[in-house]
Design a protein around this ligand. Sequence first.
Ligand SMILES: C[S@@+](CC[C@H](N)C(=O)[O-])C[C@H]1O[C@@H](n2cnc3c(N)ncnc32)[C@H](O)[C@@H]1O
Length: 296
Amino acid sequence: MRKASLNSPEPELNAPNGGPAVIDTAYEREVARMYDEKQNDFNLLLGKDTNLVHHHFGIGDFDRSPGALRDETEIQRRLHELENAQTERLLDLLDGLGPEHRVFDGGSGRGGTAFMAHERLGCSVDGATISRYQRGFAERAARERGCADRVRFHFMNMLRTGLPTATVDAALTNEVTMYVADLRPLFAEFARIVKPGGRYVLATWAVDESGTGDEIIAAIDRHYACTMHTRGAYLRALLASGFVPYHVAQMDEDALPYWELRSRSEHSDTIEKLFIDGYDTSSIAYLMVAAERIGP
Ligand SMILES: C[S@@+](CC[C@H](N)C(=O)[O-])C[C@H]1O[C@@H](n2cnc3c(N)ncnc32)[C@H](O)[C@@H]1O
């Protein structure tokens, strides 16, 4: 495989030397197109005041007293706080990393998680996305935040990064892993690039085993063009790839309020009810996992 340094230009769409293309399959093209087209969206609106634009959901509750949070501006402000709280919870799992450490953010979206990681821990971050639009957006935001030398974004497929072995101290994915059909090749690639003793931390919505085959799961997969995996599939794929999970938190109760609040927004559509029903029927599980890369 062609090797790319994190400091060198990233591999291009059609790898010139016959190496794997960044976007190789019809599915990857579909996902890339979807994120290339998400430009003037709800996520952008939520992040407009902080310039932290996320493509993930939120963690935590909201004020449910009568009359509270009825105004659209207030709802959006609280939804953004819940998105940021979600990221802080994930970053708790990277505690102990500092400016001397390097983190890989697989599926970095418009950069929100990477910026929060850098600003909290001081680490450098390399984000990978298969959307050229997102890469450009996040690079601009890095320049605006004055951290472009420490937080870089690459047009890169996380399944085949081309990075040298044992390059990063930690890898993270924040609500991304449902965009691979099979977790094992992804975790094998992370095991390759993470230094022994390093970490991989993830946040994801997953399928509770009781929800396998459920119409709610199928409808969410269709809505987001994704493939949700079961809790067991995550843990098995981590172990099979050389990661030992040492923190597994199922956070359904913390994940549900975001959807209840979002259903009050004038921007709500059909997806809110699917997630609310999924949590109510225990078909969906919201997971945060930290795992250690073992072995040489
Ligand atoms: C739901 S968004 C999450 C973005 C970000 N982690 C966040 O929390 O805001 C999914 C992201 O995964 C990226 N993605 C999907 N498949 C990918 C792949 N094979 N390699 C790299 N990025 C991928 C998409 O381009 C998008 O940026």
